[in-house]
Design a protein around this ligand. Structure first.
Ligand SMILES: C[S@@+](CC[C@H](N)C(=O)[O-])C[C@H]1O[C@@H](n2cnc3c(N)ncnc32)[C@H](O)[C@@H]1O
Length: 276
C-alpha cells in the first residue's frame, strides 16, 4: 500500500521558482475541491473580490460601468475566471491568466468566451501596452516570492493611465492563527516576520507557499513598480454574510480585517517611465 505523507508546515525562505512550482502543483491538485467548495459563493459570472463578499458590481474599483465597455482587461491568477465572465458581460474584452492547468479547465467547463492563458504572473506573455486594466482577486500575489516582479510585469503590459487592482489577505492576519473561531483572535506570531509559510513533502520540497508583506511593504512594492496608490480598501464584514471560508468568519470579520484591496494607477507614459 502506498503511504501518503502529510505535508509538514514550517517557516523557511523560498524563492520565486520554488514558489511558482509549489503553487502550480497545489492548485492543480486542489482545484476540483476548491471549486466545489467555493464555486457557488463566487458565482459563475460574478466579480467577488474576497470572502467578505464585496462585489465589483457595487464596489466599482476598476472604474465606472461605461469605462469597462470595450476595455482590454487582464485577470491575473484568474482561477475558473468568474471575474472575467462578469467583465465580458459588461462589454469588456477580458483575458484570463492562471498558472494552474486544472483551474483553467474549470474555466472551460463553466464556459469562456474569451482567451484563457496558462502562464506565470512573473513573466506575462503579452506585448507592452496590451491592456487598459488589470485585476486580480486573490490570484498570484499572495503566493509569489517576488511581488515587485509581478507588478512590473503588470505595469509593462498596461497602457499609460491603466489601473491595476488586486486583493490579498490583509497583512494584519499574518499575526493570527488561520482559524475562523475564537482561537483565531489571539496574536500568535510577529506581524513583522516575513519568513514565508511553507508546507513541504518528506523530501523537503515545497508543496504550498504563502508570502507575507506588511502593509508598508506592499505600498513600497506598488510605488517601486511605477504605480500610484489611489486607494486601499479594507472591506468590512457585511451583516448578510454568514459564510465561513477557511479562516474567514463573521466572528473574526466583525473584529479584524481579512482582505486588503490595492487600487493602483500606472504612472508615466513609456513602458519603463516611473519604475525605479
Ligand atoms: C484563490 S485563487 C483566486 C482565483 C479566483 N479569483 C477565485 O477567487 O477563486 C488563486 C489563483 O492564483 C493562481 N496562481 C498562484 N500563483 C500564480 C502565479 N505565479 N501566476 C499565475 N497564477 C497564479 C492559482 O493557480 C489560483 O488559481
Amino acid at each position: 500500500m502506498i503511504q501518503e505523507h502529510e505535508p509538514q508546515a514550517t517557516r523557511r525562505p523560498t524563492g520565486g521558482a520554488e514558489s511558482s512550482r509549489a503553487s502550480r502543483g497545489w492548485w492543480d491538485r486542489n482545484a476540483d475541491e476548491y471549486q466545489s467548495e467555493h464555486g457557488s459563493f463566487l458565482g459563475d459570472d460574478r466579480f467577488v473580490w474576497c470572502p467578505e463578499g464585496l462585489d465589483e458590481a457595487e464596489a466599482r474599483l476598476l472604474g465606472p460601468a461605461e469605462s469597462l465597455r470595450g476595455a482590454d482587461v487582464l485577470e491575473v491568477g484568474a482561477g475558473a475566471a468568474q471575474c472575467s465572465r462578469w467583465l465580458l458581460a459588461q462589454g469588456a474584452r477580458p483575458v484570463a491568466l492562471d498558472l494552474s492547468h486544472r483551474q483553467l479547465q474549470h474555466a472551460l467547463r463553466i464556459g469562456a468566451g474569451f482567451p484563457l492563458v496558462e502562464a506565470d504572473a512573473r513573466a506575462l506573455p503579452f506585448a507592452d501596452g496590451s491592456f487598459d486594466l488589470a485585476c486580480s482577486a486573490f490570484g498570484a500575489v499572495p503566493f509569489v516570492a517576488d511581488p515587485v516582479r509581478v507588478f512590473r510585469e503588470v505595469r509593462r503590459v498596461l497602457r499609460p493611465g491603466g489601473r491595476w487592482v488586486f486583493s490579498v489577505t490583509h497583512p494584519f492576519r499574518w499575526a493570527f492563527p488561520d482559524e475562523p473561531g475564537p482561537e483565531g483572535l489571539g496574536v500568535s506570531a510577529s506581524y513583522f516576520d516575513r519568513i514565508p509559510y511553507v508546507e513541504q513533502d518528506e523530501d523537503g520540497r515545497a508543496v504550498y507557499v504563502e508570502h507575507h508583506r506588511t502593509i508598508g511593504d506592499r505600498v513600497r512594492d506598488v510605488v517601486a513598480s511605477g504605480f500610484r496608490l489611489a486607494d486601499l480598501v479594507e472591506p468590512e464584514w457585511p451583516a448578510w454574510n454568514s459564510q465561513e471560508w477557511g479562516g474567514w468568519s463573521p466572528l473574526r470579520g466583525n473584529l479584524i480585517p481579512g482582505t486588503a484591496i490595492f487600487v493602483c494607477e500606472r504612472s508615466g507614459t513609456g513602458p519603463l517611465d516611473g519604475a525605479t
